[in-house]
Ligand binder design. Structure first.
Ligand code: TRP
Length: 336
């Protein structure tokens, strides 16, 4: 059976939150268990430094994200779990691909265009605070993907364009130098839902409306109590369709539990009571993993070891690939 290669990167800025868990981490861990899938998951720390120039934050976030995935039961025997910066071939491939990538393609990148548009709006120089890292970010991402011949790349909507750019770049290389790369496909949405945050907008670090994944129970309770609701009193019927409490409930509940809560809403459950039950439900799903998370955070030496073993596995793919690429482009021993 040929297995499908599924690859995704997690940028190491910030602390994992419930939105990351529901939208990306839980479905990725579930998918990594399928027999017909070979999954590559990595900490994108070279991507983190594009925007984050706070060393302690990049470092802390790498530790938290690694501990999170391990605590949630990612099987590192089955899947390849590594830190991008531990695979130097990715950086080398990035340069080689940079030399093939049309500047015009990068000009069209949404992330870059958004930065320019916001500068112009503020009357700044268009390229104010735009680094070459931000500008050529999609090339690094292409190297991440192409290095491991990924077929499917599960990403959020905002990243579709980057995966398409990787496809373009791969096509261009293959056309010029022979078939080396597999053309990847973006897989959007998948099983993961988009979770709303405390204020009802999409849960996102940039909105400051997140519920961190492994908060101690007391803190989790405080956060859940802060979820915005309307002013309907106990006994008044509530609309599940516009409720963040209900939306998060659905993400954690069985179908039966969702149905029950739907009825409770119709019967006018008090917001306080709905939140209390939500806390119990979320806590039940996360409490064991939270224990493991705390243990792992207290033992960075073993997490580091897991990452380095992962990097060795990854390099079993990246070393031969980079050799093939070098030969294809004419960088090889003079005697060959
Ligand atoms: N840029 C992605 C994000 O911000 C993270 C990422 C880096 C990635 N390299 C990748 C995702 C390769 C998928 C494949 O979400």
């Amino acid at each position: 059976m040929t297995k499908k290669r599924v690859l995704t990167g997690i940028t190491t800025t910030g602390t994992p939150h419930l939105g990351n868990y529901i939208g990306a981490i839980r479905p990725a861990i579930a998918a990594s268990k399928a027999d017909n899938v070979e999954s590559f998951l990595f900490l994108a720390d070279l991507h983190a430094i594009v925007k984050c120039h706070q060393p302690d934050m990049v470092h802390q976030s790498s530790k938290e994200i690694a501990a999170t995935w391990l605590a949630l039961g990612l099987d590192t025997e089955r899947s390849t779990f590594y830190r991008q910066s531990d695979v130097p071939e990715i950086s080398e491939l990035t340069w080689i691909l940079t030399c093939l990538t049309a500047k015009g393609l990068m000009n069209r990148s949404h992330a870059y265009k958004a930065a320019v548009a916001s500068n112009v709006e503020e009357g700044e120089d268009p390229d104010n605070a735009v680094t070459m890292g931000l500008y050529s970010y999609p090339v690094l991402m292409a190297a991440d993907i192409l290095m491991f011949k990924a077929n499917d790349v599960p990403v959020g909507k905002d990243q579709i364009q980057h995966v398409e750019m990787a496809r373009d770049i791969a096509g261009r290389f293959n056309h010029r130098f022979g078939d080396v790369f597999v053309l990847p496909e973006a897989k959007v949405g998948g099983d993961g839902a988009v979770l709303n945050g405390l204020d009802g907008r999409k849960m996102s670090k940039s909105y400051g409306n997140t519920i961190p994944l492994f908060l101690p129970e007391k803190q989790l309770k405080k956060h859940i109590n802060k979820i915005k609701t309307n002013l309907l009193e106990p006994g008044e019927a509530k609309d599940p369709g516009d409720s963040t409490v209900f939306q998060i409930w659905t993400a954690f509940a069985s179908e039966e539990q969702t149905q029950t809560m739907r009825e409770e809403f119709a019967n006018g459950i008090a917001w306080g009571e709905a939140k209390k039950r939500l806390l119990e439900l979320v806590n039940e799903e996360l409490c064991e993993a939270r224990e493991r998370y705390l243990e792992l955070m207290a033992d960075p030496v073993s997490v580091e070891k897991v990452l380095l073993e992962g990097a060795e596995k990854a390099r079993n793919h990246s070393r031969p690939l980079i050799k093939q690429v070098r030969e294809a482009i004419g960088i090889r021993a003079l005697s060959l």
